[in-house]
Design a protein around this ligand. Structure first.
Ligand SMILES: C[S@@+](CC[C@H](N)C(=O)[O-])C[C@H]1O[C@@H](n2cnc3c(N)ncnc32)[C@H](O)[C@@H]1O
Ligand SMILES: Nc1nc2[nH]cc(C(=O)O)c2c(=O)[nH]1
Ligand code: SF4
Ligand SMILES: [Mg+2]
Length: 209
């Protein structure tokens, strides 16, 4: 990457853009709501079951200026979901300032593994054992969405639930490839521990992005 472009990416004034698409939020509290997704490349958390591994290498995604991203988004929706990759790899302040100036509702999907930046109306925190969230993000998360790949993940979910703020809504979401095995366990767990709710990746059942 050229030096001048790298400098802009480092400041968050350009971002490696993997894809943008208008769809229905499939997961968590806002599932069923139409939203424009901005998927930013770059993640070094390394979840072995990640469903967008193509996002990991930021070098493969073109550095794109914030104005281009914002003008595209504005054509589609007032509700924007910023995801990745791990969006907090980058400084989200320039992007969210520009989107906010157009009056958009801004949601983020994050592992919380890096410093919280940006201004958000909704923070979905999906913590990962291999790179835990920063202490700060627990206080600001609106929903906690823990992925259940195996039985040990219920224990991890409880540890994470103990750290979030009292208003945070708690979700367990089956890891997609293990859904047949884990959904029955997850259903029993939620009935026994009703502070939790079930989240499914409904977009995958709907065959939409
Ligand atoms: C691809 S990640 C991108 C945002 C951020 N890096 C994160 O992990 O929150 C978006 C959401 O999909 C979830 N996810 C990724 N792969 C999944 C899978 N195989 N099954 C279920 N959920 C998955 C993540 O936990 C996260 O909540
Ligand atoms: N429809 C739809 N809903 C989603 N919610 C979170 C997603 C993500 O990959 O961050 C996602 C996604 O990729 N598609
Ligand atoms: S943190 Fe998110 S994008 Fe990164 S590997 Fe894990 S699920 Fe994938
Ligand atoms: Mg997804």
């Amino acid at each position: 990457m050229k030096k001048d472009i790298k400098a802009l990416v480092d400041k968050g004034e350009m971002l490696p853009l993997m894809e943008e698409f208008y769809t229905i939020q499939g997961e968590g509290f806002h599932k069923g709501t139409a939203a424009y997704f901005i998927r930013v490349g770059g993640c070094d958390v390394g979840c072995h079951w990640c469903d967008v591994k193509e996002s990991w290498n930021a070098e493969l995604h073109p550095p794109t200026d914030i104005d281009t991203i914002v003008n595209n988004a504005a054509k589609y929706s007032k509700t924007i979901v910023v995801t990745g990759g791990e969006p907090l790899t980058w400084n989200m302040d320039p992007l969210t300032n520009a989107l906010k100036s157009k009056g958009m509702q801004l949601h983020i999907e994050t592992s919380g593994a890096y410093k919280l930046s940006g201004t958000w109306d909704w923070i979905c925190l999906s913590p990962k054992k291999i790179k835990l969230p920063t202490e700060e993000v627990y206080e600001f998360a609106h929903e906690l969405k823990v992925i259940i790949f195996n039985k040990d993940d219920f224990k991890f979910a409880e540890e994470q639930a103990a750290k979030v703020n009292k208003d945070c809504i708690l979700y367990l979401q089956p890891e997609w490839s293990k859904r047949e095995k884990m959904i029955p366990l997850l259903v029993d767990y939620v009935m026994e521990n009703p502070k939790w709710k079930v989240s499914l990746q409904t977009h995958k059942y709907l065959n939409i992005p």
